[in-house]
Design a binder for this molecule. Structure first.
Ligand code: PLP
Length: 494
């Protein structure tokens, strides 16, 4: 299958090329030439295990990969999750379910893709005969960084460098990254927010000069952010598995439509849901849930995407994003896959910080998406209410989604079953979650975890416990302007 850039100036022959490159040469994002159709396959997939479902979904885009090896790689990747199950579905209330995506090595949904991406990238490099070392640059709002570091640590022929906003991640997230082990990793805090990190990294990817310099030295860039198709494609699988699991447990009948509610930042997770819908999975609405950084809520309400606004630091930091990169892939669809139109819109985002789509495009978008947001107060209330009423402990990101889920059901009277995607363990945000339950602030994240465990029936994960005694390896903070130099230094270091 070919992959085309949303901006029209780059086409590659296969997924392996899209995955090893990460970003297209013209600054656009690679999208598949078409969406494989699974509508006739669903019935035969109901009783399959996760690795099998995942390898079928992923394999449908990755024809040049050996399918048996791909399946084995999925088995291996998902064996790092509790009970080999990356996406268990839990019933919360009538018609309302949660898919828990946080039982992997770093306790956030990013693990679902990042436990597999190293395989996809290495095998892709083999298929294409790429001899250069691959340097992966990551901008993170907290969770991608750690998940990518764990996935890629000690990988042959690959180095990884992660940038996170110095004051924009939770204590646990920061500690997870700063204690990272591995002989090919580097972690740097940047003064600024996630958008600053993401922009700096994207500029480096598309700089001809830097790319040429590294190539001379036998190094090429790639990305582990959701701008990389290799990050998105494993995420499509849990929309399928969630659906199939509701069929298999008799909660719905095959063919019934369901909704998904997704706590959204960079629009990667929910875009994977959109791709699943395009592949024939019976999805009615995709509900886009934002925190106080509600640029997407406004976009879906009035068709104007306007990033010129105050940036809020919230207790759901992985969603503190004003430039949602993956929206570009949906804009491309809204433009009927016209890359010239898409490029013009993205140029306007770059120069003005905003753009407006047409009324007919907005109508199309609203057919598929419902969008809402949840402020800090509502987030705390939701954690508290769901714990009291349902005995279920939500993390701060999933709470945002849960609140918007309720709003969606009240507002639209939609009667379909609805699945909320849970993206992180509450213990990654222990202080905020405890504050929601008790109304008291706790300075120490570990103390908060212990308290949280004693209040709830949910055990502290090992990954959190062991953080306490791990030595800090990275404590570097740099200015935005120095990101480029730090990348070149790391790239050229042996
Ligand atoms: C990354 C992340 C999100 C946002 O996902 P996107 O794909 O960026 O929209 C939500 N919640 C958590 C916990 C995350 O780590």
């Amino acid at each position: 299958m070919k992959f085309i850039s949303t901006r029209g100036k780059d086409v590659v022959d296969c997924a392996a090329a899209a995955i090893t490159k990460g970003l297209a040469n013209d600054g656009g994002l690679f999208v598949p030439e078409y969406f494989p159709d699974f509508s006739d396959k669903l019935e035969t997939m109901v009783e399959l295990d996760y690795a099998k479902i995942a390898s079928m979904v992923i394999g449908s885009y990755l024809g040049e990969y050996n399918q048996e090896k791909l399946y084995n790689a999925c088995v291996k990747a998902y064996s790092t999750f509790t009970e080999n199950e990356p996406a268990p579905v839990v019933k919360i209330r009538d018609n309302t379910y949660i898919t828990e995506l946080f039982h992997g090595p770093t306790l956030a949904f990013k693990d679902v893709a990042l436990t597999l991406l190293p395989y996809l990238m290495r095998e892709g490099a083999n298929i294409l005969g790429i001899k250069e070392e691959i340097l992966i640059l990551v901008a993170t709002s907290g969770d991608t960084g750690k998940a990518a570091l764990e996935g890629f640590k000690n990988a042959n022929g690959i180095k990884i460098m992660v940038f996170y906003p110095s004051e924009g991640v939770s204590d646990m997230q920061k500690l997870q990254m700063r204690t990272q082990e591995g002989n090919n990793v580097n972690v740097v805090a940047v003064k600024g927010n996630f958008d600053d990190c993401q922009t700096a990294v994207k500029n480096i990817f598309s700089s001809k000069q830097i790319n040429a310099k590294l190539k001379e030295n036998g190094v090429v860039f790639s990305s582990a952010n959701s701008i990389n198709f290799g990050r998105l494609v494993p995420q499509i699988a849990y929309y399928f598995s969630s659906y199939l699991s509701l069929v298999s447990s008799g909660e719905i009948n095959l063919g019934d439509k369901i909704n998904f509610v997704v706590p959204t930042g960079n629009f990667g997770n929910i875009l994977a849901g959109y791709y699943a819908k395009r592949m024939g999975l019976p999805i009615d609405k995709l509900v886009c849930a934002s925190n106080s950084n509600n640029v997407l809520t406004e976009f879906f309400a009035n068709g104007t995407y306007d990033a010129n606004r105050e940036f809020y630091k919230t207790m759901s930091p992985s969603m503190d994003i004003l430039i949602s990169s993956n929206l570009e892939r949906f804009i491309f669809e809204l433009c009927d896959r016209d890359s010239t139109k898409t490029a013009t819109i993205m140029q306007s985002l770059k120069s003005e910080g905003k753009y407006t789509i047409s009324q007919s495009q907005l109508n199309l978008a609203e057919d598929i998406f419902f969008a809402g947001f949840c402020d800090e107060e509502e987030c705390l209330d939701t954690i508290n209410n769901v714990f009291e009423e349902d005995g279920y402990l939500l993390d701060t990101h999933t709470a945002v989604a849960f609140k918007v889920c309720q709003e969606f059901v009240d507002y639209t009277d939609n009667k379909n079953s609805t699945v909320v995607l849970s993206t992180a363990s509450p213990y990654k945000f222990a202080q905020s979650v405890l504050y929601a339950l008790e109304g008291k602030k706790t300075a120490d994240a570990f103390k908060a975890s212990i308290k949280l465990e004693s209040l709830s029936a949910f055990e502290i994960p090992e990954q959190i416990k062991e953080l306490k005694t791990k030595p800090v390896i990275f404590n570097n903070t740099i200015d935005r302007q120095d990101v480029e130099k730090s990348v070149i230094d790391f790239a050229l270091k042996n």
